[in-house]
Design a protein around this ligand. Structure first.
Ligand code: KG4
Ligand code: ZN
Length: 336
């Protein structure tokens, strides 16, 4: 049985997974979240995140090997996220992976973080096969991608500025929720069914997403209504309007893409895929819908190991680890 170790450190989660490469199953995985540390600063502090990865990775490796009674000599390869992400954070994962691969004398391969998010719905839904439309919505990425096949992607829409999760988190921050406030804002938003506030539907005429204008509109609205927002009902209504406006922007482009491509399978992935209102809106589109399990929506190493294994199985060329990349468009994964 061939086993691989997958490593993810692109942002504020250090994660490891042990993968069975033959059955494409995640044998076990573990994660160390850094959220409490970054909460003090209202967002991810890259330098602190990098140091924390360096501290966490050996602990996680010990934990997962002991728990699974696994000897490192049983590993036949290692794969690691090399981008896109925070360079200092990615470097910690890569250095750790390189040290281990050299010591064990096994090959090391690179994985694209967006491709991993994009394929994660297949990890938890064995009946999902390309072609499908993949909506990657996380704290760092917002892309609508046509998955024609493994290693054959066309980006239909991408954000020109903030990501959808970032729009949730920045709005939540303006309203005083602790970082990352997306899920808390969503919970309050779901406590009411309508809103007296109206926010603009942004980028109606473009293929792409943009959320920074929305942030400005929200900031102005909060300033204007400072006193009224002390009332919990009114605050909930504003949260509702914010959530609706982010979701409407996403749904508009998904609808268009379904019409244009004729593809009736939509897979939603990334941290924002946990959002209940988004799931309801997607449900209303009359297509087959797919989500990864919750643990595979947010950053994790299971999806990293899975992406590598699926690519190999599909005959894609293995990627060597050469550098870490802050930017790495998913179309660059398009070769066999
Ligand atoms: O995938 P992820 O861990 O991060 C990146 O890869 O960037 O996703 C985290 C993001 C955060 O912005 C968080 O606020 C958002 O996902 N998120 C949510 C919900 N749960 C997590 N946003 C809206 N509603 C939720 N229920
Ligand atoms: Zn991510």
């Amino acid at each position: 049985l061939k086993k691989s170790l997958a490593i993810e450190t692109s942002c504020d989660e250090s994660a490891l997974a042990i993968m069975s490469m033959d059955s494409l199953e995640v044998i076990d995985e573990c994660i160390a979240s850094q959220i409490p540390m970054h909460q003090l600063y209202g967002g991810v502090v890259p330098e602190l995140a990098a140091r924390e990865h360096l501290r966490s990775l050996p602990i996680l490796l010990k934990e997962i090997t002991v728990k699974n009674n696994l000897s490192l000599s049983e590993l036949s390869e290692i794969c690691v996220t090399t981008g896109p992400g925070l360079k200092g954070c990615l470097l910690m994962g890569v250095c750790f992976a390189e040290g281990l691969a050299t010591a064990l004398n096994i090959p090391l391969f690179a994985v694209n973080h967006i491709e991993a998010h994009l394929l994660a719905p297949m990890l938890d839904n064995q009946n999902l096969k390309p072609p499908y439309l993949g909506l990657v919505v996380s704290g760092g990425h917002t892309e609508l991608i046509q998955v024609n096949d493994i290693g054959h992607y066309q980006v239909i829409s991408r954000t020109t500025d903030d990501a959808a999760g970032e729009a949730f988190d920045k709005s939540a921050h303006l309203l005083g929720f602790p970082y990352p406030g997306g899920a808390s804002l969503a919970k309050i938003a779901d406590s009411v069914d309508s809103s007296q506030f109206e926010l603009p539907l942004v980028m109606k005429d473009s293929n792409d997403f943009s959320f920074s204008g929305l942030k400005t509109a929200i900031s102005l609205m909060i300033k204007k209504n400072q006193e009224r927002l002390q009332d919990t009902q009114i605050k909930a209504e504003l949260c509702h309007a914010i959530q609706s406006s982010i979701i409407d922007a996403l749904i508009l482009k998904v609808k268009r893409a379904i019409k244009k491509t004729g593809i009736k399978k939509v897979a939603v992935t990334g941290g924002v895929a946990a959002n209940i209102a988004l799931r309801k809106a997607i449900q209303g589109l009359n297509v087959e819908t797919f989500y990864p399990d919750f643990i595979h929506c947010t950053d994790n190493a299971g999806m990293i190991g899975f992406a590598k294994a699926v690519r190999t199985q599909a005959g894609c060329k293995d990627l060597p680890v050469t550098d870490v990349l802050a930017r790495w468009p998913v179309e660059e994964m398009n070769f066999k």
